[in-house]
Design a protein around this ligand. Structure first.
Ligand code: NAD
Length: 365
């Protein structure tokens, strides 16, 4: 597999973003096929490869039956992830899948069984794990320089105008607006928290490097009238070490300054955003700023795919493994329960098992 042959299923927004990221990893990989229910979209994506022919298909099964592939890259709406992963695993392909892993824990159990049976490599497309400021922050925390972590905040919020315009980017050709399926809770598997909130959740877990054991949450719809679900969530998470995490995620507002995370620890604190990372040990008069990082979101996708190639071609351990993605799902679904039932939900060790609301008496202890 010196040159990985890849088929992308879902030729929409992320299909284009991933396709550019694959190209920047040439010659280690090449996209040889693309699939989508919309022929206009497969044509539009295939036409971006002006140096060679890329085969087009109406669906994943037809693509797998016809094209010679080593790996499948899943860029579909959320409700289609499970079937696509199962189909690709049964065909023995390596799998990169956009977030979320799937929308139910029963599906996660089925996916785990299929991956174990087929031995297929699986990686979740958690691109923001490859944001340089987060990589540096995790390195600093792992070095022990800040001591024990007490508090971690992870923020992923932007005022989302896409719903009101229903805008379909011209490069996609025709087809359904990405906002239409996002406004449908059945296809979405929830609302903003399982979509954009997914990034803040895996970032929180990455910074904590620990197992979440409890979550509680409040959610509301403040601004995006097209939704019947939440457009905003605030989650509080307790980790096994005792550290407390906070997730703020929203399509209703853009936060000041673009900070993505903050950690308060025994010997000092740090804060990071797209381009910045600062830290301040106790007693220092000012924070120290690391070199500014470029504002380069596409590079996070390119690095994610470089890592996927390292996993397949060099045996690296996937940073966004099945377990890591299942843990994000377990926490997210438990947060929905906590918000609906006004309670704290405890999280079992097996990430495919659902959380259980904690009785009020147990909470008081
Ligand atoms: N990592 C990120 O920052 C990021 C950003 C946006 C979206 N995403 C994720 O990427 C995935 C896709 O989102 P998107 O915004 O690209 O959506 P999109 O609507 O732009 O693209 C989805 C594509 O799937 C196609 N499709 C639907 N049913 C199909 C089927 N049965 N077979 C083949 N094709 C089918 C649609 O025609 C569409 O072209 C989602 O999981 C989303 O959460 C991730």
């Amino acid at each position: 597999m010196d040159r990985l042959k890849v088929g992308i299923v879902g030729s929409g927004w992320m299909g284009h973003v991933h396709s550019r990221a694959w190209r920047s990893n040439a010659p280690r990989a090449e996209v040889v096929a693309v699939a989508d229910v919309s022929p206009e979209r497969t044509r539009a994506l295939a036409s971006t490869f002006d140096d060679r022919e890329v085969a087009t298909y109406p669906d994943l099964a037809t693509m797998l039956a016809d094209a010679e592939l080593d790996a499948v890259d899943i860029c579909l709406p959320h409700h289609l992830h499970t079937d696509a992963i199962l189909t690709a695993a049964r065909a023995g392909k390596a799998i990169l899948c956009e977030k979320p892993l799937c929308t139910t824990l029963d599906d996660a159990v089925a996916i785990r069984a299929a991956l174990q049976e087929s031995g297929s490599t699986f990686m979740a497309a958690h691109n923001q794990l490859f944001q340089p400021s987060l990589i540096e922050a995790r390195r600093l925390l792992a070095s022990g320089a800040l001591g024990r972590t007490f508090i971690i905040r992870s923020i992923e919020a932007v005022q989302n105008r896409g719903f009101s315009t229903g805008h379909v980017p011209r490069e996609l050709g025709g087809g359904e607006s990405p906002w239409t399926w996002r406004a449908d809770p059945q296809r979405m598997g929830g609302g903003e928290v399982i979509d954009t909130g997914w990034h803040s959740t895996y970032r929180l877990l990455a910074l904590a490097d620990d197992r979440p054991v409890e979550v509680t949450a409040m959610m509301d719809r403040f601004a995006v009238k097209q939704l019947t679900t939440e457009d905003t969530g605030l989650l509080l998470v307790r980790f096994a070490s005792g550290a407390i995490g906070e997730i703020i995620t929203s399509w209703a507002f853009s936060p000041v300054g673009g900070w993505h995370f903050e950690v308060g620890a025994e010997h000092g604190s740090l804060a990071g955003g797209k381009t910045r990372l600062v830290h301040q040990l106790h007693g220092w008069p000012e924070p120290v700023e690391f070199t500014k990082f470029p504002d380069d979101l596409p590079q996070t996708f390119a690095s994610e795919i470089t890592h996927f190639l390292d996993v397949i071609q060099h045996g690296a351990a996937p940073q966004a493994s099945f377990d890591h993605a299942a843990r994000v799902l377990q926490l997210t679904l438990a947060a929905y329960t906590a918000a609906a039932e006004h309670c704290v939900v405890s999280l079992p060790e097996d990430p495919t098992q659902p959380g259980a609301p904690v009785a009020a008496a147990a909470m008081a202890r």
